[in-house]
Design a protein around this ligand. Structure first.
Ligand code: S3P
Length: 457
């Protein structure tokens, strides 16, 4: 989003990472909390909202649709909603910056209203496919004028009489499922979504929490069938947002990789649709413990303790991908330090994230001397340690930035990333938190080259 000059940063080999930290709120839950609060009648309170660029774009969008959204001095966000079907036409284009979840879920909301909404975003978001969301919304009756290939900028116009549909989600995507449900909740009738492969279910849980009539049932051959009654009267809620497991992932992997580390990450969301990385790391031999497991605001949470571990390569099955889709970049980093080969399968969706993550990870690994093989939808990494010394282009992708900084904390030579700016989209205090537990970073370009030269002297 910013046009400021790039700020490169190097991560350097660090001593043990220790301490107990709390991480910011979950991004998926934060977006949804703002959206459903905007649809409730009365004032909702959101505690622990992730205050990152992506989520702030959604807060601004809900304001543009007529909701009142404000942060109190106590850090609690208050949202006065307008009721289902009651959004107002935005006066200007809505800029979602880098935020795919914000943009796609809001398309669902907007499509159910008889007015035009224009969506714009940064270069990364403008490259990402929106057709997967627009197709079911068109089936419901919305009109879309988009750049070719259904990319942003685009203008979406809901019809006066939108029709609910029964939709089978063709790609495993919580964003597509959620866009259809968020359209469905704003129109009359019953919307049905069939998910052949289960994805994160925060939208369904939160809709139920706000008082919607929603039924989730197991269909044939492992499908999930969701039935949602349109135009419910949603009741304002006090939402407590748990810590983001996709952010915790960077700290957890860093602690596993840096020898003698002992780190407690508090209040991590442990929704079964999000815990694939923890399962995989355990299979790799990670010393991980879940403490203080409890339920909070309709979600499972716990504290995760990670200690320095010797990891070994594993095969990560394709069916696990939806439960750890955002964690493959940092898992690939862990794999580079593990003994033996790690094979990750079913990664097709990584190609349409904030960057082509499969290509970006493979290039970043190779730039740091790690042998890997990139398939159309797979990645294998030969572990055993990381020489480092490379510079990694982040391609406007926060998770590429943070993953390779984690790599540099345990590699032989520093690892540099070309720009830290995008970290603010999901984890604004990442660097402070990391420094607080003992991670070492160096600013300014060129020191990687200098330290490489020093070693060859
Ligand atoms: C998200 C769903 C996932 C994930 C994204 C957040 C969500 O995207 O990668 O970071 O909050 O619904 P897809 O739906 O494209 O898999």
């Amino acid at each position: 989003m910013s046009h400021a000059p790039a700020r490169p940063l190097r991560a350097v080999r660090s001593g043990p990472l220790r301490g107990a930290v709390s991480i910011p709120g979950d991004k998926s839950v934060s977006h949804r909390a703002l959206m459903l609060s905007a649809l409730a009648i009365g004032e909702s309170r959101i505690e622990g909202l992730l205050e990152s660029e992506d989520v702030m774009a959604t807060a601004a969008a809900m304001r543009a649709f007529g909701a009142k959204v404000a942060r109190g001095a106590d850090g609690i966000w208050r949202v006065a909603g307008v009721g289902t079907g009651g959004l107002l036409e935005p006066e200007a284009a809505i800029d979602f910056g880098n935020a795919g979840t914000g943009a796609r879920l809001t398309m669902g909301l907007a499509a159910a209203h008889d007015f035009a909404t224009t969506f714009v975003g940064d270069a990364s978001l403008s490259r990402r496919p929106m057709g997967r969301v627009l197709q079911p919304l068109r089936e419901m009756g919305a009109d879309v004028l988009a750049r070719s290939g259904d990319r942003l900028p685009l203008t979406l116009r809901g019809a006066e009489a939108m029709a609910p549909i029964a939709y089978r989600v063709p790609v495993p995507s919580a964003q597509v499922k959620s866009a259809v449900l968020l359209a469905g909740v704003n129109i009359e009738g019953v919307t049905i979504v069939v998910e052949p492969v289960a994805t994160r279910d925060h939208t369904e849980r939160m809709l139920a929490g706000f008082g919607a009539e929603i039924e989730v049932a197991a269909g044939g051959t492992g499908e999930t069938v969701i039935r949602l009654q349109g135009l419910p009267k949603l009741r304002p809620q006090h939402v407590v947002v748990p810590g983001d497991p996709s952010s915790a992932a960077f700290l957890i992997v860093a602690a596993l990789l840096v020898k003698d580390s002992d780190l407690l990450v508090r209040n991590v969301l442990l929704n079964p649709g999000r815990t694939g990385l923890l399962t995989t790391l355990r299979e790799m031999g990670a010393d991980l413990a879940i403490e203080n497991e409890r339920s909070s605001g309709g979600e499972q949470v716990g504290d995760v303790r990670a200690r320095g571990s010797d990891l070994r390569g594993v095969v990560v099955p394709a069916e696990r991908a939806p439960s750890m889709i955002d964690e493959y970049p940092v898992l690939a980093v862990a794999a580079a330090f593990a003994s033996g080969r790690t094979e990750m399968l079913g990664l097709g969706e990584l190609r349409v994230k904030e960057s082509d993550r499969l290509a970006a990870v493979a290039r970043g690994l190779a730039a740091n001397g790690v042998v890997c093989e990139e398939g159309p939808a797979s990645l294998s990494v030969d572990g055993g340690g990381v020489p480092g010394g490379g510079t990694v282009p982040t391609h406007l992708d926060h998770r590429i930035a943070m993953s390779f900084l984690v790599m540099g904390l345990a590699s032989d030579r520093p690892v540099e990333i070309d720009d830290i700016a995008m970290i603010a989209t999901s984890f604004p205090n990442f660097l402070d938190l990391m420094r607080g537990i003992g991670a070492a970073f160096e600013e300014g370009p060129g020191a990687t080259a200098l330290s490489a030269a020093a070693e060859t002297d």
